[in-house]
Design a protein around this ligand. Structure first.
Ligand code: SAH
Length: 399
C-alpha cells in the first residue's frame, strides 16, 4: 500500500483539519475525482500546500476517508496499527480485569485513532466491524496486531459495506476455533446470549451499559416498566433484576420474542411473569391509551429510521411526538428514559425536543440524569459527532 494520492481541502476547512478533525467529508475535498481506489493512502494538504495529515480513502456514509496521522514522517504501516491497537487495549485494562463484565468495545474507530472500523470483545471472542471497503484493505494489519497482542478463542468480522451501506450476509468467521453460538457473556454480572455469526446485530448493544446499570440500580424497584423498541429485551432484563414488579417489551421483529425469552431465561427470570409482544410500538401506544394503561417507567430507544406497515419514523422529525406518546402513558412521578443514537443532533437539541413535548402536553418534568457513550466507546474532542449516544432520564411530574 504505497500508492499515495494528494487531496486538497478547501481553505475554509483548513483549520478544522489542522485542529485534529479526522473525517474527510465530501464537501471539504477540492479534487474528489482523484480518489479512485478504496484503500489508497492519501496525503491531505490545503490550497496553499500546507500539510494537514495522512490517511486513507474509504467511502462511508460519513465521508470519503479518515486521517490517521498528522505527522508528515509517520508511515501508515503495521507499526502505526500496532501502536494504536496496543494503546486501545491498554485503555481497556480495567475491563479486561473485571470478571463481571466480559463484553465491551476494545477499539472505537476514530476515537482510538483509526476511523472506519471497531473491535468488540465477547468473552475471548473478538468481533471486527468494517465500515468501508477502504479500511478492509488494511485487514491484515489489524489481524496481525490482534494476533500479536491478545489471546483469542476466535476472531469474527462484519463487513458493513456494499453499495447501500447494508450488511452483507456471509460467513463471518475469520480465524481461531469456531464458536458455538450463543455464547454467554456478562455485563455487571448479568448474562447476555451473543451470536457472532447470525446477521449484523449480535444480541446486545454494548453502548447502553451505563444506562442499563442505572435502570437496574436506581429506577426499577417495585415499578411497572414499558420497554419500547425492545429488541432482545436487555433493558427489561435489567429492570426485572432490579426489582421491577412487571416489564412489558414491545418490538415489531418476530425474532424479538424468542430472543427476549432467551435473555430472561439465561438470567433465571420467569419470562411468563412478564409481557413480551411482537407488535408495532405505535399500535401499542393506541392500545394502552384505549385501555387506560399506565406505567411507572417508559423506555424509548428507537432506531434512527424505521418503517413499518403504517408508520414511517425518523428520530430527527418524530422524536418529540414519541415523547408525547410516552408522557400520556407514564404515571405522574414516573420515569421516562429517552434514548437515541442519532448523530445528526446533539444533547442540547435533544433536550429541546423533550422541553417541547412536555410543553405541548401542558406537562412538567425534571431531568434526573443524562448519559452519553460509556468509557470503552472512546471519543475525541475534535470529533464531537462521534459521541452519538444521548440518553435523558426524565421524571414526569405531570402531563
Ligand atoms: N432498545 C434495544 C435496541 C433497539 S434496536 C436494546 O436496548 O437492545 C431497534 C429495534 O426497534 C429493533 O429491534 C426493531 O425491530 C425495532 N423496531 C423498529 N421499528 C419498530 C416499530 N415501529 N415498532 C416496534 N419495534 C420497532
Amino acid at each position: 500500500m504505497s500508492i499515495e494520492t494528494t487531496i486538497t481541502v478547501k481553505s475554509k476547512f483548513s483549520n478544522k483539519f489542522a485542529g485534529g478533525y479526522p473525517l474527510l467529508f465530501k464537501d471539504a475535498i477540492l479534487n474528489p475525482n482523484d480518489l479512485q481506489e478504496e484503500g489508497t493512502l492519501i496525503k491531505v494538504v490545503d490550497d496553499t500546500g500546507r500539510f494537514l495529515g495522512k490517511g486513507y480513502y474509504g467511502e462511508q456514509n460519513k465521508g470519503s476517508g479518515w486521517i490517521l496521522t498528522r505527522k508528515e514522517d509517520e508511515a501508515i504501516d503495521q507499526g502505526l496499527f500496532d501502536r494504536k491497537i496496543q494503546a486501545a487495549l491498554d485503555f481497556r485494562k480495567a475491563f479486561f480485569n473485571d470478571p463481571n463484565t466480559t463484553a465491551f468495545r476494545v477499539f472505537n474507530g476514530e476515537g482510538d485513532g483509526i476511523g472506519g472500523f471497531t473491535i468488540d470483545y465477547f468473552d475471548g471472542y473478538y468481533l471486527i466491524n468494517w465500515y468501508s471497503e477502504g479500511i478492509y484493505k488494511f485487514k491484515d494489519y489489524v489481524l496481525e496486531s490482534l494476533k500479536q497482542f491478545v489471546e483469542y478463542k476466535a476472531i469474527y468480522q462484519k463487513k458493513r459495506f456494499d453499495q447501500k451501506g447494508q450488511y452483507i450476509d456471509e460467513d463471518d468467521f475469520v480465524t481461531g476455533e469456531r464458536g458455538e453460538f450463543p455464547i454467554l457473556v456478562k455485563e455487571n454480572g448479568v448474562n447476555f446470549a451473543v451470536y457472532l455469526n447470525d446477521g449484523a446485530m449480535v444480541g446486545v448493544f454494548l453502548d447502553q451499559r451505563d444506562v442499563r446499570e442505572a435502570i437496574h440500580d436506581q429506577y426499577s424497584e417495585g415499578k411497572t416498566v414499558l420497554n419500547t423498541f425492545s429488541y432482545t429485551g436487555a433493558f427489561s432484563v435489567f429492570a426485572a433484576l432490579g426489582g421491577a414488579s412487571k416489564t412489558t417489551s414491545i418490538d415489531l421483529a418476530k425474532r424479538s420474542l424468542s430472543k427476549t425469552i432467551e435473555q430472561f431465561s439465561i438470567n433465571e427470570i420467569d419470562y411468563e411473569a412478564h409481557d413480551i409482544r411482537v407488535m408495532d410500538v405505535f399500535n401499542y401506544f393506541k392500545y394502552a391509551k384505549r385501555n387506560n394503561l399506565k406505567f411507572d417507567m417508559v423506555i424509548l430507544d428507537p432506531p434512527s429510521f424505521a418503517r413499518s406497515k403504517k408508520h414511517r419514523f425518523s428520530v430527527a422529525k418524530d422524536y418529540k411526538d414519541l415523547i408525547k406518546e410516552a408522557i400520556s402513558i407514564t404515571e405522574d412521578q414516573g420515569t421516562i428514559v429517552a434514548s437515541t443514537n442519532y448523530a445528526g443532533f446533539d444533547m442540547s437539541k435533544f433536550k429541546q425536543f423533550i422541553e417541547q413535548a412536555f410543553k405541548e402536553m401542558n406537562g412538567s418534568y425534571k431531568l434526573m440524569d443524562e448519559y452519553s457513550l460509556p468509557k470503552d466507546f472512546k471519543t475525541i474532542k475534535a470529533f464531537p459527532e462521534g459521541d452519538y449516544l444521548k440518553v435523558a432520564i426524565i421524571k414526569k411530574i405531570k402531563g
